[in-house]
Design a protein around this ligand. Structure first.
Ligand code: HEM
Ligand code: HEM
Length: 408
């Protein structure tokens, strides 16, 4: 068996790589379309959808790796000449489609991978690859652009594959020549060598450039529309209060309220964009208490990577019915130096349960930096009742607060 190509036949390496890529790409297309169409309204449905996406991503990356090898190999090889030199237009069309296929083999999985790396959570790759990719920031804009690119490039790929298969079948059924047999069996058929102009490759590159510009424009428009639609406040101003500010009142100048959960075994981090805090605090305790804190959280401003919509849904935060969560606590001395304990209740989804959050304070004159974390159990609030085990969503939710407050 000969592994290399000649002007008259495809060698075993080119044929194996052709059919392996074809198998992987066709499987990835089928899984991508099936997974996108699956519902995600219950825990089981979401878990099944995520599993098929995980498989889709894993096979897609395998397709990317094989395609890379295939393209590198093709560079070193002669390409068998077409069997009907007189059909110039047909050959040029086939060339454009071949170039579109070569570009798609890399661009489709790469855009999917960039989307995966730019978001957090949902459907991990079933290989020892983490969520991230070098040079790809966690960014909504990058994720949206990559999603559009994946969708547009995916459609170009599907259209090219359809044309490519139609051409192959035409050769086999209508022309009854050896074109298909050359790539299936490696049949050797002599044909005169032909000049191959560059414009079919240039046409394929231009089509891809247009697809890329379309993806970037759509992502930009979407980002602008979102900014107009929801101007989410980022800072956390002090909760307005009718009572006059006490000498121990503190105003939050900046801060973040974050939470983390394990999704399909991978950590996903989320934040609440808008919340207010009313803090009364004194370094010297009175009756064993340092003060009081009340935090009101606008749950509709939560973000949780690519699963924000699911987290806001009725199964989890149910933000449509419960747009507010309230943490109300007394500040007590903590176990360690600079340490305190906020001991009180958290009301979330209409359920109130006792919660304790140990925190540290770094006091510099009238400015304090506060850092605290606590772990909650989502089941205590009736969250994710249909997610009965931890395989898709973990039970533990880590809440972390980092803020800077000014006295007065
Ligand atoms: C996702 C699936 C597929 C991809 C990405 C793909 C890609 C390609 C590429 C890039 C070439 C050009 C090879 C070269 O000249 O260096 C090629 C050749 C060829 N492919 Fe496919 N292919 C796929 C599926 C198929 C299928 C399903 C068939 C048959 C029904 C087929 C039949 C052929 C034939 C006959 C050739 C040789 C064309 C010639 O001699 O000019 N391919 N394929
Ligand atoms: C040859 C490889 C691949 C092909 C042919 C492919 C194809 C597809 C198709 C046809 C869809 C459905 C799009 C729609 O419903 O309009 C899809 C969706 C998706 N694919 Fe791929 N894909 C590939 C590789 C990857 C890889 C490597 C990843 C990530 C690591 C990925 C991530 C996704 C995601 C997240 C979606 C959902 C739609 C989105 O939000 O972008 N894909 N893919």
């Amino acid at each position: 068996m000969s592994y290399s190509n000649t002007d008259a036949r495809f060698g075993a390496t080119a044929r194996t790589l052709h059919w392996l890529t074809a198998l992987l790409i066709l499987t990835a297309i089928a899984l991508g379309l099936i997974a996108s169409d699956l519902p995600h309204d219950t825990g089981e449905a979401l878990a099944r959808k995520a599993q098929i996406f995980s498989l889709h991503k894993t096979i897609g990356i395998a397709a990317f790796a094989v395609a890379l090898i295939r393209i590198l190999w093709a560079f070193t090889q002669p390409r068998p000449a077409p069997l009907h030199p007189e059909r110039v237009l047909e050959h040029r069309l086939a060339e454009i489609v071949h170039w579109l296929l070569y570009i798609s083999m890399l661009a489709v999985p790469l855009s999917g991978w960039i989307h995966h790396a730019a978001v957090s959570g949902f459907a991990p790759i079933l290989w020892p690859f983490g969520q991230g990719l070098p040079f790809v920031p966690k960014s909504d804009l990058v994720a949206t652009a990559a999603t559009w690119a994946h969708e547009i490039f995916g459609k170009v790929l599907i259209a090219s594959v359809v044309l490519h298969i139609a051409g192959a079948l035409k050769h086999a059924i209508i022309d009854r020549d050896g074109t298909l047999s050359r790539i299936v069996h490696g049949t050797e058929i002599e044909a005169p060598r032909q000049h191959r102009p560059l414009w079919p490759a240039a046409t394929a590159i231009a089509l891809y450039a247009a697809g890329t510009i379309a993806a970037l424009t759509l992502a930009q428009n979407e980002a602008e529309a979102l900014q107009i639609a929801e101007p989410v406040p980022v800072a956390a101003p002090a909760e307005t209060t009718a009572t006059p500010a006490s000498a121990n009142a503190w105003t939050v100048t900046e801060g973040t309220l974050g939470f983390g959960v394990k999704q399909m075994g991978s950590a996903v981090d989320g934040t609440f964009g808008a919340w207010t805090a009313k803090i009364d605090f004194s370094e010297t305790p009175t009756n064993g208490e340092h003060g009081h804190v009340r935090v009101r959280i606008d749950t509709t401003t939560l973000t949780l990577g690519s699963v924000t919509d699911q987290a806001k849904g009725a199964d989890f935060f149910d933000t449509a019915t419960h747009p507010d969560a309230v943490f109300d606590a007394t500040i007590l001395p903590g176990a360690e130096a600079k340490g305190y304990l906020a001991k009180g209740t958290l009301t979330l989804r209409g359920v109130t349960i006792p919660v304790e959050m140990p925190f540290t304070l770094d006091l510099q004159g009238d400015t304090a930096k506060m850092t605290g974390t606590t772990t909650l159990d989502r089941r205590d609030f009736g969250m994710g009742a249909t997610y009965k085990d931890e395989s898709s969503v973990g039970f533990g939710v880590t809440v972390s607060v980092n803020l800077t407050a000014r006295r007065g």
